[in-house]
Design a protein around this ligand. Structure first.
Ligand SMILES: [Zn+2]
Length: 440
């Protein structure tokens, strides 16, 4: 058990370094770590991990290695500039004393594209603080959390303490598209007694998240002059038929929500999103190809393989029913997330320790939420049997214009994570020659 003096010292250390933490967070947001361009962000995180005394392991994602894992997402992008960075702090060789529980603190460095830059009130890469919020792409999702992981560990060090269990800090790519970054860390042998991911969760613990599938549909029709349209097959019309059928599937899936254990309160947690569409090259030509990029969510009670079979079958059917589409075909391909949902089973020690840490940091009880989207917690929860906690700050307009994160919620999360490390791993006084940076 951490003593109240230790806890007070840790909380004070978070406050003392908080301005520095905000500067660090802003500098991280200023790096546009979009998909396929994550490595400038990873250089920054590697340096930060080194500065807190972690041993660095860094590797480039390998599609062939990932393909051997059932939870991996198919990719059509280059991984040349997409590394995973893991920093490890071994316990201070506790002489004769039992070593504490181990922990992974995880966060993703990748951010989603901007949408229309003109719809932002300020540059998404020049973070600014206004009225208690920090703005910028990736501010909430999830660079504030990634920074909080580092500063939580630093707070222990500033308080003159060192964890008694092994800690891995993970900065991963590909969370927004496949989950392959965290899966790769698991494939590389990184595991622990608990995992904590500081995704934006409004300072609540995530009880469950949905599974997600990304896929591509390519409708192939037949080109013709618009004046003799009936001899062609319009691939855009075919795509409309596919979308209509998939909307029926979405409605069917959502009828199962009232029976679900963790999503019954939500009106429509299973969203099917038509995210991209590409087709046509001439207003007077019948288009012969249309490509759709689609994302759909599934309940934790549903099985990703069964859902996939249903998608493929419905897409096929959609282009076969309309005589105007005769001869058109549809190809359905996995491309990105292929993930079951995950439920954090209540009653774990890890959750109890988090609840106590949250209460000590904020003075209020820990709430819980169910997230109707993908989170990397499933990598450790489903494939390593490790309780995977998701607990992070309050973010708003995630994936939208003027994304932002609430500053005080970041402070609370940093304090709670620091107390969580101390209680979960145990702490002891840092050796005099250790990493403590009390002097600054
Ligand atoms: Zn995220």
């Amino acid at each position: 058990m951490t003593t109240s003096a230790e806890r007070d010292a840790i909380l004070a250390a978070v406050d003392a370094a908080f301005d520095e933490q905000l500067d660090f967070t802003a500098a991280l947001i200023a790096i546009p770590s979009l998909r396929g361009e994550e490595n400038d962000g990873q250089d920054f995180m590697e340096q930060a991990f080194r500065e807190v005394g972690l041993d660095i392991d860094r590797w480039t994602l390998d599609p062939a290695e990932l393909a051997t894992h059932p939870g991996a997402g198919a990719v059509a992008v280059s991984y040349e500039n997409t590394d995973v960075v893991v920093g490890t702090l071994e316990p201070a060789a506790a002489v004769g004393a039992a070593v504490g529980r181990s922990l992974i603190l995880n966060g993703h460095v990748d951010v989603v594209p901007l949408g229309s830059p003109r719809l932002w009130s300020r540059s998404p890469w020049e973070p600014a603080i206004e009225d208690g919020w920090m703005y910028g792409r990736g501010s909430g999702d999830m660079k504030a959390g990634l920074a909080a992981n580092v500063f939580a560990l630093r707070a222990l060090q500033r308080a003159g303490l060192t964890p008694r269990g092994r800690i891995h800090l993970q900065s991963v790519p590909e969370e927004e598209s496949t989950g392959n970054g965290t899966l790769s860390a698991l494939q590389h042998g990184y595991t622990a007694d608990a995992v904590l991911i500081t995704e934006p969760s409004s300072n609540a613990v995530v009880r469950a998240h949905t599974g997600v599938i990304w896929f591509r549909v390519v409708v192939t029709g037949r080109a013709a002059h618009a004046s003799e349209m009936s001899v062609g097959a319009n691939a855009i019309d075919g795509a409309y038929a596919v979308i209509a059928e998939l909307r029926r599937m979405e409605a069917d899936w959502n009828t199962r929500v009232p029976e679900s254990a963790h999503f019954a309160e939500q009106p429509h947690p299973l969203n099917l999103n038509i995210g991209t569409i590409r087709a046509g090259d001439w207003p007077s030509s019948v288009p012969d190809a249309c490509e759709l990029g689609i994302r759909v969510a599934l309940l934790p009670e549903m099985d990703v393989e069964e859902c996939w079979e249903e998608i493929v079958e419905r897409v096929q059917r959609a282009v076969q029913v309309d005589p105007a589409l005769a001869g058109a075909t549809a190809l359905t391909e996995k491309l990105g997330f292929f993930s079951d949902g995950y439920v954090l089973e209540p009653g774990s020690d890890a959750e109890a320790v988090l609840a106590a840490a949250h209460e000590q940091a904020t003075g209020s009880a820990l709430g819980e939420v169910a997230m109707p989207g993908y989170i990397d917690s499933r990598c450790y929860g489903l494939f390593a049997g490790v309780p995977a906690l998701v607990y992070g700050p309050l973010g708003e307009r995630l994936h939208g214009a003027d994304e932002r994160v609430n500053i005080e919620s970041v402070r609370h999360v940093t304090k709670a994570v620091a107390l969580f490390i101390a209680e979960w791993c145990g702490v002891e006084a840092a050796p005099a020659t250790g990493q403590s940076d009390n002097l600054d």
